[in-house]
Write a protein of this length. Structure first.
Length: 206
């Protein structure tokens, strides 16, 4: 730990170091960089994060981040509302949007089923997904979760829950490698995996 003579500077370093992937040395360098910027630039920097905390909402339909109660994707009349892509988190929405290969809407679960982490079906937004499908004219649900053991377990759980509803359930093609997380998959591979999606039942081995 660096010995810092200024408590104000030390506090700034501590806050930066609390961010994921930011160690103490990096936090010190970032704080020094900010210190060398004009005061108005630092004020704009701080204001941006204050607005992030005060003004960002979660879409009441899909749970994506939004400035309003409904996100721009759900509010866009050009999007295909009969097609829902189920993802683990907002980073996955960003990754899929960057492929420009998907024109439907999303449903952000906010996690995946993971007994080891103490996360069960009731801890993520599965009930909200089912309710949404019951109340909206949804034709197809695309499961786009990470190809991990936990992701596959969540896929299967949701598939079983949707089996009694009149909706097609598909999954992204295995162009995304086993164990890969969606947010880290390159855009070309991810885009092809969505376009070449397959019926979920075809992936079952039982």
């Amino acid at each position: 730990m660096h010995q810092i003579s200024s408590s104000v500077f030390s506090n700034a370093v501590e806050q930066l170091a609390s961010l994921p992937g930011i160690g103490n040395k990096t936090a010190v360098r970032l704080a020094l960089h900010l210190l060398n910027r004009d005061a108005d630039e630092i004020e704009k920097f701080g204001k941006a994060f204050l607005e992030l905390a005060q003004e960002i909402n979660y879409c009441s339909t899909c749970f994506n981040i939004s400035n309003h109660s409904t996100c721009d994707i759900c509010a866009n009349p050009a999007r295909n509302t009969e097609l829902i892509c189920v993802v683990e988190n907002i980073l996955d929405v960003i990754a899929i949007e960057n492929t420009h290969q998907f024109n439907g809407t999303y449903h952000v679960l906010g996690g995946i089923i993971s007994p080891m982490e103490g996360v069960g079906p009731n801890d993520i937004r599965i009930a909200e997904l089912i309710e949404r499908i019951k109340n909206e004219p949804v034709r197809e649900v695309i499961m786009a979760l990470s190809t991990t053991m936990e992701g596959d377990a969540t896929n299967f759980y949701i598939y079983r829950k949707l089996s009694e509803l009149d909706v097609e359930v598909s999954t992204i093609a295995r162009g995304v490698g086993i164990g890969d997380e969606i947010e880290y998959t390159d855009e070309l591979t991810l885009g092809r995996s969505i376009v070449n999606r397959v019926p979920f039942k075809n992936t079952l081995t039982i």
